[in-house]
Design a protein around this ligand. Structure first.
Ligand SMILES: Cc1cc2nc3c(=O)[nH]c(=O)nc-3n(C[C@H](O)[C@H](O)[C@H](O)COP(=O)(O)OP(=O)(O)OC[C@H]3O[C@@H](n4cnc5c(N)ncnc54)[C@H](O)[C@@H]3O)c2cc1C
Length: 350
């Protein structure tokens, strides 16, 4: 039986593993599996960050020549999985960053298994986690760090221009040079979409907010702010039909069909931010612990990572529908491991 099992291999899971390993809990981390379903749902091992290019806002990684460091730190067998660096003097990429955190976790003794957890039994100790092929993992504590996947529109052209003008995170990508002082668009009509549009106005004088209805879903006060903002123009009753662009420039425009019988319109933009929500990876937890209305893991104790089940803790985006950043995920990963360690100590189990 394990002392602690961590489910999920993004920044939250690996950071929890570093802390748990250094606390002599000998953690087992279940990193997910590469399957077609996971690929379609953007839910692959190494998490969301591995799907993006440069990460400019993770502390400790200013642009520089990182090749030498990555070469010396990451084992050869893993280095082959990293995309080649486009230029030497750039910030760390998402894939490199998660690989470095993984390397640190493994260095301190984390054991890693590729599997998807499809069911759990938290009714009695030891807790049981059931893998996709039927393997059963028994443990005294669990840290759930399975993340949340950004929802996309599902267009072929959207797939083509991901990371080349199409993004699901304005806070992460809005400051990149490719978007500065260029017309941009945000798709969505909720609070998050309006906040993404407002955030982008720091970098560009023109942001279109494209919404499929004739009224924003955002709360009244937030919607009013968007409607009165001089840099935001709302295009009502429109949905993207195709994202336009080319290999050299990335996104150059979008074709918008009308939900109100108007003709298709073409809009010239250099970036499209999809803000139509996130799906937390919690299907296997339904009925097993408390979830929020939106399906994220509920954290009943403020500023702690406890879930509704004693000895089960959570970290990262799977319990966070608000901040959704690599550094906040890593921070709560640290907290979850400390919470698990103290819980085991309180029961004389560590
Ligand atoms: C396009 C894009 C760009 C981004 N850029 C930035 C950025 O520049 N800076 C920044 O700070 N943040 C950025 N983010 C946000 C950041 O990636 C997330 O906040 C962060 O990855 C969350 O970490 P996490 O560990 O909670 O979850 P995730 O990174 O989502 O990892 C979850 C892990 O759980 C695994 N998993 C899921 N279900 C199961 C299961 N049932 N069994 C086993 N394993 C499972 C998955 O395989 C995955 O490895 C970006 C996000 C996106 C989508």
């Amino acid at each position: 039986m394990e002392k602690t099992i961590i489910i999920g291999s993004g920044p939250a899971g690996w950071t929890a593993a570093i802390y748990a390993a250094r606390a002599s809990l000998s953690p087992l981390l279940i990193e997910g599996a590469v399957t077609q379903e996971n690929q379609e749902k953007n839910r692959l091992p190494m998490g969301q960050l591995a799907l993006t290019t440069e990460v400019e806002n993770f502390p400790g990684f200013p642009p520089g020549n990182l090749s030498g460091y990555i070469d010396s730190a990451v084992p050869q067998s893993r280095k082959n999985m990293l995309p080649p660096r486009e230029t030497e003097f750039t910030g760390v990429t998402g894939a490199e960053l998660v690989e470095l955190i993984r390397t640190q976790a493994v260095f301190f003794g984390t054991r890693v298994i590729s599997d998807d957890i499809i069911d759990v039994d938290f009714s009695r100790l030891p807790y049981k986690l059931i893998g996709a092929a039927g393997n059963i993992y028994e443990t005294q504590t669990v840290i759930i760090a399975t993340g949340a996947s950004a929802n996309y529109l599902g267009l072929e052209s959207e797939r083509r221009f991901k990371n080349r003008g199409v993004s699901a995170c304005a806070v992460c990508d809005g400051a990149l040079p490719r978007f500065r002082n260029k017309p941009l668009a945000v798709i969505g009509g909720g609070d998050a979409a309006v906040e993404e549009a407002e955030y982008l106005t720091k970098f560009t004088p023109k942001v279109y907010l494209i919404h499929r209805r004739n009224q924003l879903r955002a709360s009244k006060i937030v919607a009013k702010r968007a409607m009165e903002h001089s840099a935001i123009e709302i295009l009502w009753n429109r949905i993207p039909e195709e994202i336009l662009g080319n290999d050299k420039e990335g996104v150059t425009g979008v074709l918008l069909k009308s939900t109100a019988g108007e003709p298709v319109m073409e809009l010239g933009i250099s970036g499209l931010f999809v803000a139509i929500g996130h799906t937390p990876n919690t299907e296997f937890l339904k009925g097993k612990l408390a979830l929020t209305e939106k399906g994220f893991i509920a954290r009943p104790v403020p500023f702690r990572t406890n879930t509704s089940v004693p000895g089960v803790f959570t970290a990262g985006d799977v319990a966070d529908d608000y901040y959704r950043q690599a550094v906040s995920a890593a921070g709560t990963g640290c907290m979850a491991a400390l919470d698990a360690e103290r819980y085991l100590a309180s029961l004389n189990l560590s």
